[in-house]
Each structure stands twice: as C-alpha cells, then as structure tokens.
Write a protein that binds this ligand. Structure first.
Ligand code: GAP
Length: 489
C-alpha cells in the first residue's frame, strides 16, 4: 500500500486578521496563540522562567535562535557582504560614560512616566493616553499632564495619577570594585554609539572614500517602564544598525536609496506582506534629539500598527558631539575637492526581536486540513529554521530508519537546514513540522525499500509532503535534492 493519501484535501485558509470576529478579542487570541506556539515548540521562552521570570527579557530556544540567525544572516548579506562600501564592527556593550553624555542620551533619552498615587506603580503616560484614545503625537510632558487631568484618566488600578515626569531609560551599572559616582557606566541603549566612536579607526585602517558605512548587529538595553507585547518592547534587545557617512550634499539621495533597500529586506528577505507595512513620516516634535528626518516602518502586528524599523538622517550631530566630547578630530578630508568636513549620517535601524515577531505574525495561519483544524507557520524558506524534515514511516523498522538517515545526511549536506524527525506517528510529525514552518516533509515507507507486497512502482521513491497545502507526491530518491532545491528557490 502506498503511503500517499488519496483523500481529497480541503483547505480553508483563514487569515485570522481577516475574519469578522471582535477585532480586539481576535488580536489577543492570535497573539496568545503565537506566544504559546513559541514556547511549545522551543522558539522563545520567558527569561528566568523557573524563578518567575524577569519582565522585559526573553530567552530564545533552538528554533528561535535558528530563525533569528537566518534573519540576521540575510540582513548581513544584503547590507554588508553584498556591498563594497560597508565595514562590519562588533563594539563593546560597555562604553566610557562620556560617550552617552556627548551623544545626548544622558540628558534626553527619557520616557514620560506617571505614577499611580496610591500604589506607586509607574506607567508610560503616553501609553495610558493612547489607550484612552488620545493622540499623543507631539505632546510635551506638560501637555500630557494636562491631558491626563482634563480627561480624568486613572491608572489601570483605577487610582488617580500624579504629574508626568521624564524617566531616564539607560540601564546604569558600576564598573570595577567601588560602586560610587565615578564608576557609573551604562549598558548601551543603541548599537550606534559603538560605530561613531570607531569612525576614526575605520578611516585610519581602511582609508575608505565617502560615502561608506559601518554596520553592527548586537545587544542594546533600555529600562523600559512598561515592557509589553511579548518580544515587541523588551529591556534587553538586539539591533541591526548601519551608520552611513555621506557628504552633506548627497544625504537625500542616500536616504531614498536606503528606504528602497529597507523595503527589499522587508518583502524579499523576510517575506512580509507589503500591505501590512506602512511608512510614517515622523513629525518634528516626535523625532529623536539627533534626527532631522525620520521615517518609521510600521507593521500591522496583531496588537496594532507599531514601529518595526526606523530610517533617520542624523546629520553631523554624532560625529560633531563626539569630536567635541573626546577632543579628537572626527572630520574627513576629501582628496578630490580638497575639502575637510564632518560627514553626515544616514541611519537605517532594525530591531531583531521585532523582525522575528513580524515574521511569526505574518506566517501564523490556521486552516482545516483533512477534517482537522491545524495551526502552521507559512514561513518563507529564507527564514524557516528547517527546510525539510526526513523520517522513517515507523521508527522501529531498521531498514526504513537506515534509508531515512542516509537521505537525511545527504539533504543536510545539500540544503543545510534539514532535520531527522522520528518522534510520534507520521501525522503528529507533520503537525509538528507545520507548526515550526518546515516547508517539506520526506517520508521513507515500505514502498521505498521494496518490501514484500509493496507497490513496485514506488520503489526507491519517497513521499514528499507540502506544508501549505498538505499535498503529497512521490519523488525518486535520486532526484530528491534537486527537486527540493528547485521548489525552495
Ligand atoms: N539607533 C537608533 C535607534 O536606536 P530606535 O527607534 O530607538 O532608534 C531602533 O530603535 C529599532 O530598535 C526600533 O525600530 C525597533 O525595531 C528596535 N527597538 C527599539 N526599542 C526596542 C525595545 N524596547 N524592544 C524591542 N525592540 C526595540
């Protein structure tokens, strides 16, 4: 008997965001389902979970790491290795505190905080106002205080709120054995700082001509008042950032070119649906202190339209501030024009966690397959943790296992991301691989090995099962790697 199911497969694809249920309820359920899938299948766990967790921290498990690394590798390839004008760096997270004084972070990297006058719990004032349907764009601290009073907004515990204050978001630590004012340092709040302080090192060692960029992937830390929405707003985050140095006369062209490259990364590399990503021209009063122009790329997360990435024109703010703060010349001499000037900076900035979350939300789907409801991740092969899962129909039949393992080893060599899966029955394996987004499952059965009473037509062939449709077909072992490679393109 062939293992190919002949029954008709009914596929009703339900995009959760397109149904008519109560949107708020539906969004929460989708988010809960994604979080639960991430834990169940080993993508992402709560940080320090066995101790009750630590707010704003998350641990990536084997599949989460694989997904994250695939995203980071795509980013590095597109923005660093495929270009000739980029210099990769990996700077220290701990930096001389003067860096953050010069960059303006000590004075201005703050969030608006408001305190519940009874419980002393602290909240983001802008979030409470937004939750009450008030547009906070461009509001000063004083205006937020006034809006809370005018609209009689209470804390989530229904208590009165105090005045809105600025809250420093950099995480402070002490360096060395003595914890006094002189030993204070900060965990970097953005990876950018590590690039500005190395600008001169790159000039002196590689002698690049403008325009050129520096790129870095690494951790950053922010003492967020209200970490929330799973890995969307966390205290320990990862960024992929570029500081691209230009002659000021060419900033607009470079800005436009990165804008296009960011779209290509979003749609071609991550596979996000274009209609779920939106550009937002950030208003003057809402831009970071260093920026003269910022475009936010927003994504339709299950909990609303929120910032995914940012593209900023940082002018010469950073190099000038660091030159002043360090008394080191950070100007550039243009050999052709014989002009010396401080380069301006275009900064495309990408959150790694937000990329992971957007990819998961974009891929999460449910359908009815063979009369059963299933959840699956419609991940693009570019980011999927595994491209193919190979299994023997039964794990206690050595002949099946041997052939399956040999196919697995071969595919692992050819495709890299292959997994051998012999847990549970074959139906359960399909469900598991669907849930982790593996595009193909390959099954070795009795027909494959030409067992007595098997169908001779299917000898030396395996079943290949397609994740998105559940369809199955027989493919010759000899053609398998080429077949999968072509399908995965
Ligand atoms: N160097 C510029 C910069 O850091 P940002 O808008 O503050 O700008 C850039 O952050 C990106 O980093 C955001 O677009 C987002 O993807 C990510 N990000 C920022 N804060 C985050 C947080 N608390 N949790 C997760 N990701 C965050």
């Amino acid at each position: 008997m062939s293992f190919v199911h002949k029954k008709r497969i009914v596929l009703i694809y339900i995009n959760k965001r397109m149904t008519n249920e109560n949107p708020k309820e539906k969004e929460l359920t989708t988010m809960e389902k994604i979080i639960s899938l991430c834990k169940r299948r080993g993508f992402i766990f709560q940080g320090s979970e066995i101790y009750g967790g630590l707010a704003g921290t998350w641990d990536y498990g084997p599949l989460g790491v694989a997904l994250k690394k695939n995203i980071e590798n795509l980013w590095w390839k597109r923005f660093v290795t495929d270009r000739e004008d980029m210099y990769g760096v990996d700077a220290a997270i701990l930096m001389n505190p003067k860096v953050w004084k010069s960059s303006g972070h000590v004075d201005t990297f703050t969030d608006p905080l408001v305190e519940d006058l009874k419980t002393n719990k602290r909240y983001r004032a802008d979030h409470l106002l937004e939750d009450a349907g008030i547009d906070v764009k461009g509001m000063s601290i004083e205006q937020m205080s006034a809006a809370i009073k005018e609209n009689k907004i209470l804390s989530p515990d229904k208590n009165p709120l105090g005045d809105v204050r600025k809250f420093q978001m950099m995480l402070k630590t002490h360096i060395g054995p003595v914890a006094d004012d002189d030993s204070i340092s900060y965990l970097r709040p953005e990876t950018a700082g590590g690039m500005f302080v190395n600008f001169k090192n790159i000039l002196d060692t590689f002698h690049p001509k403008l325009p050129f960029g520096m790129a870095q992937i690494g951790k950053a830390f922010r003492n967020e008042i209200a970490p929330r929405d799973f890995i969307f707003r966390v205290r320990e985050l990862e960024q992929m950032e570029i500081e691209y140095f230009v002659n000021p006369i060419e900033w607009e062209g470079v800005f436009e070119s990165f804008r296009k490259d960011m779209w290509s990364f979003i749609t071609d590399d991550l596979g996000l649906r274009k209609e779920n990503v939106h550009e937002l021209e950030v208003a003057d009063e809402d831009r970071a202190h260093y920026s003269k122009r910022t475009i936010d790329f927003e994504f339709d997360f299950p909990f609303g339209k929120k910032e995914l990435y940012g593209l900023a024109y940082r002018t010469d703010f950073d190099l000038k501030s660091h030159a002043e703060g360090s008394s080191v010349d950070l100007s550039y001499f243009d050999e052709e024009t014989k002009q010396r000037f401080v380069p301006h900076v275009i900064e495309p900035s990408f959150g790694v966690g937000r990329s992971v979350l957007a990819v998961l939300a974009n891929a999460y789907a449910e359908d009815d397959l063979g009369g059963e409801t299933r959840a699956f991740l419609k991940l693009s092969p570019k980011v999927a943790p595994f491209l193919v899962a190979v299994s023997p129909l039964l794990k206690n039949k050595p002949q099946l296992v041997e052939v399956a393992q040999s196919i697995y080893r071969d595919l692992k060599k050819r495709l890299g991301r292959a997994i051998f899966d012999d847990n549970g029955n074959v139906g359960k394996r399909y469900r598991r691989q669907d849930e982790i987004g593996t595009p193909f499952c390959v099954v070795v059965d009795f027909d494959t090995i030409g067992a007595p009473d098997s169908n001779p037509e299917f000898k030396d062939m395996v079943t290949v099962r397609h994740r998105d449709t559940g369809e199955q077909e027989r493919v010759k072992i000899a053609d398998l790697a080429n077949y999968l490679e072509a399908k995965l393109k």
